[in-house]
Design a protein around this ligand. Structure first.
Ligand code: PMP
Ligand code: GLN
Length: 417
């Protein structure tokens, strides 16, 4: 397995130093390849240079005022100021179950089939720590969200990437990243325990189609695999794309852990409210790990997110339309500036290629971008096992005010290839 950071980024092994016991490094071997997460690194760069931050994915506008008020009310009323129940407050578990039913016709018991977590990040960590034995293989879509690799490593698993690649459909203006189902099938071995799926996909914006999901489901059933599916961008799909939870497909409900996050859907990333829905045995397993990670988190915010999940459909459709407009605004700006744009059908990220500028190293490009034009982005090379595969890919986030996206586009034009 290639080290994700081997040539793209400095490893924290370089900086962790040695322990008191002498030559032995402080940081254990499972974590040395991961360094500092790219999101923290690039946000710090944005602050240091006063640049527009299109790197780390967080909105620059908070979510609905009434939901903020609901959090204040909960806090004032003394709801959630002490440890909430381990599985999450009943109001939120009920709202999560109702959301899955209302949107997707999936029925989950709030008491045994829903678990509230400290963001999707903890849901990912707890799922992998609970479900993997050392040496188990995890097939994950690449480029992958960075915590997947770190959590697989902490659980002692082996990641087996299946790479999404640009594909140009006839008649389409831009290429888009797609999954090769044959590669996915070929990646499964007798040691595979789990498929780690992410749709809509960060960073490429790929939304898996009904046919692709059906094929994944068939494979999981045929090879008797568990599936962890990160669907945090479920409400951010554009054009004719549709988000379909993998758990809806035949044979999947009993083997799938579905992950959601209020951070993405309601623009409160700092509240760290996430969840899983799954069959009772899976929820019980994930809870076993989760209880020793945070035990519980985000007390008053859980009550507010229960209200958010019950917002009318108009909230969700406006959220989607708003982000579609932002996507088009930034995509146009990036094209005009000379980037190759891979059109995203979901998420709030656009992956681009910097080859038209004669650039050969996304990481170096991103480090220099603030000085060149006052914008921060994220190099996709760090999301690959072999950084060579994403060597010229750069990701921009568009969950920002229109004026900010416009200003960033104007600044990026200074790069002119
Ligand atoms: N999964 C994906 C694909 C993400 O992009 C993110 C983050 N932003 C997360 C999980 C983590 O979500 P949270 O902030 O709820 O922990
Ligand atoms: N998911 C966000 C992104 O991809 C970042 C979250 C984080 O910083 N952990 O930009």
């Amino acid at each position: 397995m290639a080290a994700m950071t081997s040539s793209a980024r400095p490893s924290s092994a370089d900086t962790a130093g040695s322990g008191a016991a002498g030559a032995r490094p402080l940081l254990n071997r499972r974590l040395t390849e991961f360094g500092t997460t790219i999101f923290a690194e690039m946000s710090a760069l944005a602050v240091r240079t006063g640049s527009i931050n299109l790197g780390q994915g967080f909105p620059d506008t908070d979510g609905p005022e009434e939901i903020r008020e609901a959090a204040v009310r909960a806090l004032r009323d003394g709801r959630g100021n002490q440890y909430p129940p381990g599985p999450g407050v009943p109001e939120l578990r009920t709202a999560i179950a109702a959301h899955q039913q209302r949107r997707y016709g999936l029925s989950y018991d709030p008491d045994t089939e829903v678990l509230v977590t400290a963001g999707a990040t903890e849901a990912i960590a707890a799922s992998l720590l609970a479900l993997l034995e050392p040496g188990d293989e995890v097939v994950a879509l690449e480029p992958y969200y960075d915590s997947y690799a770190a959590c697989i490593a902490m659980a002692g698993g082996r990641r087996v990437p299946v790479t999404l690649r640009p594909h140009h459909e006839e008649g389409a203006r831009d290429a888009a990243f797609r999954l090769d189902l044959d590669e996915l099938r070929a990646a499964v071995t007798d040691r595979t325990r789990l498929l780690l799926i992410n749709t809509p996909h960060n960073p490429t914006g790929t939304v898996l189609t009904r046919e692709e999901l059906a094929a994944i489901a068939e494979l999981a059933v045929e090879r008797d695999l568990l599936v962890v599916t990160d669907e945090v961008y479920e409400h951010l799909v554009f054009d004719d794309a549709e988000h379909l939870p993998l758990a809806c497909f035949p044979g999947m409900r009993e083997r799938t852990v579905t992950i959601g996050s209020a951070g993405k859907t309601f623009s409160f990333t700092g509240w760290k409210v996430g969840w899983i829905t799954a069959a009772p045995a899976l929820v019980a397993a994930v809870r076993s790990a989760k209880q020793f990670l945070t035990y519980v988190a985000s007390g008053p915010f859980q009550y507010a997110i229960a209200e958010a999940l019950s917002l009318p459909d108009s909230y969700f459709s406006a959220f989607r339309a708003d982000h579609r407009r932002k996507r088009d605004l930034l995509a146009d700006g990036l094209r005009a500036a000379g980037f190759t744009v891979y059109q995203p059908q979901g998420t709030y990220f656009i992956t681009t290629d910097i080859a038209p500028f004669g650039e050969k190293d996304a990481y170096a490009f991103c480090r220099a971008l603030p000085d060149r034009c006052g914008v921060v982005a994220v190099p996709n090379s760090v999301f690959y096992d072999d950084p060579e595969a994403g060597r010229t890919q750069v990701r921009f986030a568009f969950c920002k005010k229109d004026a900010v996206l416009q200003e960033a586009s104007d600044r990026l034009r200074r790069l002119a290839p």
